[in-house]
Design a binder for this molecule. Structure first.
Ligand code: 5GP
Length: 180
């Protein structure tokens, strides 16, 4: 059973739901009278983005980007590659990047740099999880779900070797399954 791989559940579906609603309320308030383009970073954003947009009341559109980074946290070089870019120009639009985890900040730093060059009206970041202990690059996280320590987590869209994304909660896996 796949549930045998779980060490500990950190965020239950109920807790995730409540927090997503809270973030959505903040966004609804701060973007009142504006329309938004949410840019989801695949694939980790999938559940978060789906729940967040259903709680938003401002007019919005969505698009996605897919980024590949070479290696994991500790070996990260800041070299990222765009696997899928946005469909349209974003000039003069209010952009909100929806990211699963901000860890070293290198992925987000790179994304912010390239999106800024496209002259949006505004550019902000909404991240489900923030791991400030691993930060290498200073990046703004305007909306944050939860702060997390060093633990590597899966579920609610997050994977380990492409598995476990479908868990409705966020959990830590047993060390023998995931040594990260
Ligand atoms: P960074 O901020 O280091 O450039 O990279 C963040 C990316 O690393 C996230 O988008 C995510 O793909 C991956 N990542 C970082 N921490 C975790 C974690 O705890 N679990 C999972 N599944 N991915 C993580």
């Amino acid at each position: 059973m796949i549930s045998d791989d779980i060490e500990e559940i950190l965020f239950t579906p109920e807790r995730l739901k409540t927090r997503v609603q809270e973030i959505a309320s903040e966004i609804n308030e701060e973007y009142e009278g504006k329309s938004l383009l949410l840019v989801g970073i695949l694939k980790g954003c999938m559940y978060f983005m789906a729940d967040l947009i259903r709680a938003l009341k401002v007019p919005l559109a969505i698009d996605f980007m897919s980024i590949s980074n070479y290696g994991f946290s500790t070996q990260k070089t800041g070299v990222v590659r765009i696997l899928k870019d946005l469909e349209k120009p974003i000039e003069n639009q209010h952009i909100l990047i929806v990211e699963d985890v901000v860890d070293t900040g290198l992925t987000l730093g790179y994304l912010l740099k390239i999106l800024k060059e496209r002259s949006p009206a505004s550019l902000r970041v909404c991240a489900l999880l923030d791991k400030p202990v691993y930060r290498i690059m200073r990046v703004p996280v305007d909306y944050r779900g939860f702060e997390l320590d060093r633990r590597f987590v899966v579920g609610y869209g997050l994977d380990y070797q492409e598995r476990y994304r479908h868990f409705p909660f966020i959990c830590v896996l047993k060390k023998e399954i995931c040594p990260l």
